[in-house]
Design a protein. Sequence first.
Length: 364
Amino acid sequence: MRVLLLGEYSNVHWTLAEGLRRLGHEVCVLSNGDYWKNYKSDVLIPRREGKWGAAEYLWQVLRRLPSLRGYDVVQLINPCFLELKAERCAMIYRYLKRYNAKVFLGAFGNDFYWAHACTQTDTFRYSEFCQFGKRSDNVFTRQIETDWIGTAKERVNREMAANCDGIIAGLYEYYAAYRPYFPEKLAFIPFPINLDVVRPKETHTGNEVNFFIGIQRHRSVIKGTDIMLRALQRVVQANPRRCTMRVAESVPFAEYQDLMNRSDVLLDQLYSYTPAMNALLAMAKGLVVVGGGEPENYEILGETELRPIVNVLPSEQDVYEKLTDLVLHPERIPELSRQSVEYVRRHHDYVKVARQYVDFWLSH
């Protein structure tokens, strides 16, 4: 098949493309590299700041439209799959529908259905917007609601979801958000990890635990990493000879990986039920992940044996207690590390995931 993957979040599309190529398919990835993360892309179209940057970006997209025809499958990373206003994304979506065999929508990040599920339903016990019945009121959650609810983005998201050929969710949360509306055209397919280029680190020995946390500027509140960082600082202060911490703030992917490689434990997102791409990459390397490992995560995968993730509830005290337990019992780390590697091998191998995509595309 000829496959076009439009947009990028956390290396999902590029890794999927690698798996599809291993299966013999022809794939093109067009993206902005996910901004400063600078992921690989076959066609890279970054957008510069300012009015002229916007005009240049639009021109770069429009002049490539003729080359975006004739694909067997087009998949969009999000309803806003380009750095354009929602209405313009909708126009290009209609063009893609007209000149390609099938178009699929990815549920991989912020969109209307997820924001609606978090704010208007009781789908989740907790989320970025609400923790056990208590609403979070901060500039970031307000911005997501302002962007996606009662706006052009909502209208575009509804249109694409209604008339695309299928919807693929990469995390339990996004699957649960879309499931009430599109059960017949929705699939959960795990995120892909290229295990050919990831090698597990040496088994942890000794009593010192090396923690690692990545911070995205302007997004730490919505990810909960501000709370996790405070808890980690308390743990290190209380146990200076038993643990260390490394903090990466909005660094390119290559530098992020180097810091990860020298660590034992990764602190991921606070409000998630499931591990996403960065956490899965860490697990493939044999790091222990502290973050989302709720029962729903294992159930949707059909995993009944492995429990590698140190699941935390959205509170600083719970994070502090779970981290302290790892510091006081470092002998747990080798087994959790082994399970982490096996978990990714079972459920997230990029070739295995690519086959799941192909099966879904062919059946819809």
